[in-house]
Each structure stands twice: as C-alpha cells, then as structure tokens.
Design a protein around this ligand. Structure first.
Ligand SMILES: Cc1cc2nc3c(=O)[nH]c(=O)nc-3n(C[C@H](O)[C@H](O)[C@H](O)COP(=O)(O)O)c2cc1C
Ligand code: SF4
Length: 647
C-alpha cells in the first residue's frame, strides 16, 4: 500500500503517508505548556502508527493572539522543556511531530485579547465586531513572533512547523481579497497577499536553517457565499504556486473559513469520504512540493485511493485519529475490520466550543488516555453477567465485560442491535456513518464472546434463568408524550423514521435533530409535502451544533418547510394543532393532516425497580439513567461501568 510507504516533507522522513492534521483539544495548560493529558493523547496516536502529528495551534502572543484559553504557547521559555518532553514521548514510538503556528485574526474573541482584535483590514467578524487593521510595525512584530515560535519549537525537538494560513484565521485573511483590503505591500496583488506568509517562512528558514521543514496550511477554497471576493479554487491554485515559490517545503490543503455557519473544514454527515479529491488534486498538479490532502477520510481504502489517484502525497486525517488512535496500525497489521470509524457527528468540535475541550462520541478514552492506558483487568473468570438493552451503552458495556472475561448475555427486544443509533442512521442515506458505530460495537462484542438474544423482551424472571451476578440495565430512553388533549391523535417521529407513511400537510412538534430529520424523511417520500416544524424554543435547532443544523436544513432547501419557533403545543385536534406563543401567550392554530411528536426522550425508569427487586447488583446505564442521551455520554457510561465493575 502506498499509504504505508515512507515519504518526505522537506528533509524530514515520515514513516508512512498518514498525517494527523492539527486539532485543538483544549488539553494544554493555561500557561500554554503541554499537560500530561495532552502528551498522552499525542503519544497514543504516535503509538498507533501515524506517520506525522501536526499539533494543535500554538499562539504567537498573549496580546491579540489568544484563540483558546488552553492553547499551546512556545514563546514562554519555561514551556520549552515540557514541550521537549512531549516531542520525546512522540518520537519514542517512531512518529514525527510538527507544531502548527497560528493567529486567529478577527476570529479571536476580544474578551480574551484585552478587548481588541486585529486583522489585515477593517472587515467585521462573524459577530459583527470590527477588528483593528494591523499597522506595519505590528505586522513586523507578528512576523518575529511566528519566527520566534518556530525557533522555540525547534529547540524543543519538533521536526518541523506548519504555518496556519487556513480557515479564515489571520493569515488566511491576508490571503483572501474578501478580508484583505490593504493598499500597502501586504494587500492587493496575489504576491502581496502571500507576502506575510512567505516572509514568515523565509524568516524561519533564516533562523532555524534551510533544512528545518516549514509548510503552510491554507484553504484552497473558502466556500464562502457571504463574501463575494472570498477565495475560490482558481485563487487557491495561484496561492499554492506563490507559496511554493516563497519557500514552503510542503502545502497542507484545506477548505472553508469560520465566517460561515456551515462547515467546509470539518465536514459533517452529508459529505462523502474523499470529498476534497478534486480540490487537492488541482493543487497537487500545480506544484512540485509535497501536498497533504485532507478529505473527510475514515477508511484506509479511501486514503489509499487518494494517494493512488495522485490527489496528494500524504493523507491528512483529523477526526479518524480521534476516533481510533490505532487505525493506521490496524491497517498495517491487516486488521482494518477492527477500526472504530469516526461517524462524522462533530461532537468533538461541539464539545470544544461548549465545554472548552474535545471529547469523542465513539472513543470514550479520548482525552483520558492517561487514565485508561491499560486494557481493563481480565478478572471476569467466566462469571455470568447480563446486559439489558442493545443500544450503544449496553453494547459498549457488554464488549468491555466480555473482554474482561465475564460470560455476558445481552438481551435486546428489537430484531437488531444499535437502539437509537439505528434510528438516526435510517434518516438519510448519508447517515450510514452513524450506523458504523453499531458495526464497531458488534465486532468488539464478538471479541468478548458476548451472547446476544435478539427479539427478547428482558424481564427479571427471564434474566434470572441465566443466574447472572449483576445486571447492566441499558434500556434506553422513552419518547416524551405530553399529557395534552388529543395527543393520542399524534404519531411518534420514530414511527415515521421506521417507515410509517403519511400523506397531506404535516406538523412536526419538536425542532431538534430528530424533528428536522423526520421532515427530511418525509420529504424523501413526498418532495411536495407541506411541513411545519414547531418548537417552544425561540429558534429551531437551538439545541443543535450549528454546522449539524445547517447540514440537515440544507437538504431541504426549496421544499415547503415552515419553521415556527416560539410556539408551545396545547392541543392536537382532528385537523391540526392549537399552539400558544411563548412570549405573549397568544393562541394560534396550524392546520395539518398529521401531527408528529419529536419532543425528545426521557430516562426509561420503568424497569429499574423491577430489576432492583430481583437482583442484588443492578447498574443503570446510558439513557435509562441520564437525560438527554448523547452517544458520547452513553458510550462513556457503558465503558466506565463495565471497566470499574467489582464484585
Ligand atoms: C476538534 C477539532 C479541532 C480542530 N482544530 C484545528 C486546528 O487547531 N488547526 C487546524 O488547522 N485545523 C483544525 N481542525 C481541522 C482538522 O485539522 C481537519 O482539517 C478537519 O477535521 C477535517 O479533516 P477530517 O475530516 O479528517 O477530520 C480541527 C478539527 C476538529 C474536529
Ligand atoms: S466526536 Fe464524532 S466527529 Fe468527532 S472524532 Fe468522534 S466520531 Fe468523529
């Protein structure tokens, strides 16, 4: 496989063609030094066989360059030694490590930057805040900060650096005519817009030596419909040539900017694997330096195809390295079927934005590598345990218990495993990625010799027959059905997703992901259907991560979809729904032939007492215990309860 062949970025030999692209984790210290958590996270990926790790962003100053509170920073001399420890920990497993150097430009938050944000020009940022254009003196200072950061990274034994010129951040803003309106030597012509990056590259070479690899990540197409002059692929090709001429040892080709609600950079569900092949190939064909191509890659076959097609010299892979740090090792050892696939849910980015550090839906160990470094102790000794419920929490618990050597029986009332994941996967063909999790967990359960009883409603009496020493109750959630007049006339979103046919005008109550996906399902059956989505919250999709909301809604462009936020359901009648407006309590009526409830789920507590009465040890998992259920929380619940189980 070409994927497993060694290659070069500048003078740096990389053991294979896989590059873990930069991904901010929020695991660095507040002082910008690497923590044990961060080091362990990178070390695990190095151990898993990746060729090159490009770290998350390093800031270059604390004045206007802070993008995240927990962000790497190399210009504090105190941080060099811990950074050197980190690179050594990566190197001991044969991987190489480059530092990504960054300035967020106008995407930075004023509150983290002394109230002031900067950019090439005064173009408002996505929140409407006007940045200060950088003066020539400030540009010179900034250049020295990039160069100084690279020198500090070299001192800490990094193998090279990558300058972050992508995604709408400062250096991307310099490249893009939409954000760079300067009339001096840093604005206007292509050469002028590339000047700052080229001067940084040349400055680093002058200080760190010409053999020290320096590359540039850039967005070859910003895919930004809101800014007319934003970069398109043709511009990207010219930029690539100019950056090569400027001395970059390699180009890391990305897409998109953070000025758009949609994500063309971290592609959500609807994008296919390999979706950036055309863009990456266009850049590769235009330059002779090596090209790293990112392309929503989850499987080795897709990575290999991109390399064989000559679309890139190295495959840039982000999230798949979060989901399974060992994916390249499993590929090299001929065990690709054991790879846990990233499902494209973007929970990693969502959690970074909401709680300040990344977590993964499918990998409960992500960011906890230092805690769960050893395999769970194999002390089950064939003792019997039962798992009730074959959703993700139950499957994960069963797999871990099986691997610990317990004799595990899992009961699932449905005809297949997966629980609500199956429902999500059934909403659109492109949602098959969600279903990959069921495949991953089924394989893991097979490894643990878990016995599976499908089509089996687990009662305490039935489970007792197996004489388990403990029951892991993971019976999932129950749909919320409010006790309102006429509610029995409504049907459930789950029924529609499972194939119930509806005709005529439809109201969906609940504007979260399930409600919107139900609309998508209905439109696929009848593209002319008239659908209204009602929600009591002031915005439809308010609880959803914006790129995921955008990804679903764009599937329904041009359809008769009416969004009605701020209305609370009061009654279901034979010909529609009575609702009240949440702000002024005024009443309204929406006519409909069908009413579908997508109002979320609540913990399914019905079974808990029955099982607790019958067994000494009952562990309640996933949505049975917690609300609202997310894949990540259910997976972690299954993992930790099964791992920590003592008897
Ligand atoms: C949680 C997260 C953090 C990211 N942080 C960065 C970053 O610091 N620098 C960067 O250039 N790209 C960043 N990215 C983008 C990734 O490097 C990558 O380009 C993107 O995820 C698409 O590749 P993939 O489909 O293989 O994940 C981030 C992506 C994710 C999911
Ligand atoms: S959180 Fe979702 S998108 Fe992110 S790595 Fe995990 S599975 Fe992939």
């Amino acid at each position: 496989m070409k994927l497993l062949e060694k290659g070069y970025l500048g003078t740096c030999q990389i053991r294979n063609r896989s590059v873990m692209t930069a991904m901010t984790t929020g695991f660095a210290g507040l002082d910008g030094a690497p923590t044990e958590q961060l080091t362990r996270y990178y070390e695990e990926r190095a151990k898993g066989g990746v060729g090159l790790i490009v770290t998350e962003i390093f800031r270059v100053n604390n004045v206007h360059g802070v993008a995240f509170p927990r962000q790497m920073y190399a210009l504090n001399p105190m941080n060099v030694q811990p950074l050197a420890q980190m690179t050594a920990r990566v190197h001991q497993h044969g991987a190489k490590i480059f530092a990504q150097i960054h300035h967020g430009g106008s995407t930075n938050a004023p509150e983290m930057n002394n109230g002031r944000i900067v950019a090439p020009s005064a173009v408002p940022n996505v929140s409407g805040i006007m940045p200060d254009p950088l003066t020539l003196e400030e540009i010179e200072e900034l250049k020295q900060q990039f160069i100084g950061t690279a020198a500090a990274c070299k001192a800490a034994d990094f193998d090279g650096v990558e300058i972050h010129g992508a995604h709408g951040y400062l250096l991307c803003e310099f490249l893009s005519p939409a954000f760079n309106k300067r009339e001096d030597q840093y604005g206007g012509s292509l050469e002028n817009r590339c000047r700052l990056i080229n001067e940084i590259v040349q400055g680093i070479k002058a200080v760190c030596g010409k053999d020290f690899p320096v590359g540039v990540r850039f967005s070859c197409d910003e895919h930004d419909p809101f800014h007319e002059d934003s970069l398109k692929l043709n511009d990207g090709i010219e930029i690539a040539k100019c950056l090569e001429a400027g001395g970059a040892d390699f180009l890391d080709v990305s897409n998109g900017n953070y000025f758009c609600p949609h994500s063309e950079n971290e592609e959500p569900y609807s994008y296919a694997q390999g979706c950036r092949e055309a863009e990456t190939k266009a850049i590769k064909d235009a330059v002779s330096v090596p090209v790293i191509g990112v392309s929503n890659i989850k499987s080795p076959e897709v990575a290999e195809k991109l390399l064989q097609d000559g679309a890139c010299d190295f495959v840039g892979i982000g999230r798949q390295h979060i989901a399974d740090p060992e994916w390249i090792k499993k590929t090299a050892e001929g065990r690709p079927e054991e790879i846990a696939h990233c499902i494209g849910c973007l929970y990693c980015f969502e959690s970074l934005m909401t709680v300040g550090y990344a977590r993964c839906s499918v990998n409960p160990k992500m960011g906890r590598e230092g805690i769960f470094h050893d395999d769970p102790v194999k002390d089950g000794n064939g003792r019997k345990v039962a798992v009730v419920g074959g959703g993700v929490a139950g499957m994960e618990a069963a797999a871990v218990l099986g691997q610990r050597g317990f004799d595990v029986t899992l009961y699932e009332k449905d005809s297949k495993l997966g629980g609500e994941v199956n429902l999500a996967a059934a909403t659109a063909p492109y949602k098959d990625k969600v279903g990959w999790l069921t495949t991953t967990l089924t394989k893991a359960m097979e490894k643990g010799n878990v016995k599976v009883c499908l089509n089996t409603e687990a009662t305490p009496a039935l489970v007792k027959e197996g004489a388990p020493i403990a029951v892991f109750l993971a019976a999932g959630g129950k749909p919320i059905v409010p006790p309102l007049p006429g509610i029995e006339k409504a049907c459930l979103a789950a029924d529609v997703i499972r194939g119930r046919k509806l005709t005529g005008k439809t109201v969906i109550v609940g504007g979260g992901l399930t409600g919107l996906e139900t609309a998508e399902v209905l439109f696929r059956e009848d593209p002319d259907m008239d659908i209204t989505v009602v929600d009591m919250l002031p915005k439809i999709g308010m609880t959803m991560y914006p790129p995921i909301y955008d990804d679903v809604v764009k599937q329904m462009n041009g359809k008769a979809l009416t969004l009605c936020p701020g209305y609370m359901l009061k009654e279901v009648t034979d010909n529609g729904v009575k609702v009240t407006k949440t702000d002024d309590q005024s009443e309204a009526f929406i006519t409909a032939d069908n009413v579908v409830l997508a109002m979320g789920t609540r913990p399914n507590t019905a079974l808990i007492k029955d099982f607790e009465d019958a067994f000494d040890r009952v562990l309640v998992l996933g949505q049975t215990a917690k609300n609202p259920g997310r894949i990540a929380t259910s997976m972690f619940d299954g993992y930790i309860n099964a791992r920590a189980f003592e008897f």
